[in-house]
Ligand binder design. Sequence first.
Ligand code: PLP
Length: 433
Amino acid sequence: MSTSGAREEARARDAADPLRAFRARFALPHDAHGEPLTYLCGHSLGLMPLAARERVLEELEDWANLGVEGHEHARRPWIPYHENLTAGLALIAGGEPSEVIAMNSLTANLHLMLASFYRPQGRRGAILMEAGAFSSDRHAVASQIAWRGLDPEAALIELAPAPGEDTVPEAAIEATLAARGEEIALVLWPGVQFRTGQAFDVARIVRAAHAHGCIAGIDLAHSVGNVPLAMHQSDADFAVWCSYKYLNAGPGAIGGCFVHQRHVDAQPRTRHTGALPGARLAGWWGHEAPTRFLMEPSFQAAAGAAAWQLSNPSILAAAPLLASLSIFSEAGIAPLREKSLALTGFLETQLEPLAADVGIITPREPGRRGCQLSLRIRGGAGRGRQVFEALMKRGVIVDWRAPDIIRVAPVPLYNGFEDAVTFATTLAQVLRA
Ligand SMILES: Cc1ncc(COP(=O)(O)O)c(C=O)c1O
């Protein structure tokens, strides 16, 4: 199809898109001359919902007007502020409200979950994770292993794609567990892989981990707000995420955790136990609200995942998430996924004529990916980097992941089919140049 034909088709699809109106609810970035940019980088930092500014300003106003009284008398009192986020996060993560909590940021939450769920014992001391994991996850895992007095060289098992492959099939995880399951205490796996965009069958990975007596934890950084999730049903023991990507809650926004109800139920609420999976490190915000301010030395855990909170949360880092979650519940997870599949499929089709220069390493089956496509420019990493820089210069915002990947994400809440055409035509121009 000609470029103008593709653009016409894209415009028609945008006009018919039932979610199109949501685009106007986000701040769309411009260049220094006021020209709109084509923003395809929601996998890294989601755009600002316009309502985020209002939610933050409300908190600043309440702080200005009420001072400390805002803890109880702000329009959304700060002491129970996290409760405003629970229903939205439960929807996004596919958990019970009692199983989710907004707190901290991703790596801190991963450490807290590993403190609770990584229980090396005897021969069963290893953690299985992907080779090439996001660096922070690996740092967290390796340091947890070392912190327990074990050797990460021996106790960190990293599963790489087969030679010549970019992705890891679930069967390879099952095979590793079948071969070494008795050594493995915990499996940490991403819901969607950050570099390749591969979406995993979380329930299948959890099933395999449990079948071999391992705890299963999932990093949902690239999954929340991107693919539909059913964390409770999947039976994962825990999950962690950040909210600045597809959840559009702003740089450094408050992160989140899922803790399966069975662990919540298994924990004594009045005692700290160091020897059981799910034992918590505690702080006053995990103490039940009614008696928290009695400041007694004994700990009475809040019900649910809320018991894992340590500190009173940053209200300013949480307010934008409130704005974003209400957009998600308005739009609905199923319609968003439907548009996402169509949009990413459309982008893929637009890239087909460029196949001699551009390889897509993301799985081609729609069920095995979210909205992100990861592209490898043929001709080596140097050429790839040049292409990336040329795209950015022409106002197409994507990102570069070393050693050789350009990541592109048409996000269904604010991207349209025409953005996909703009990306493909600009990429074609850049490649020709
Ligand atoms: C997969 C993954 N893990 C960990 C992190 C680190 O997140 P944070 O800085 O919120 O701890 C990120 C950030 O992008 C990520 O994508």
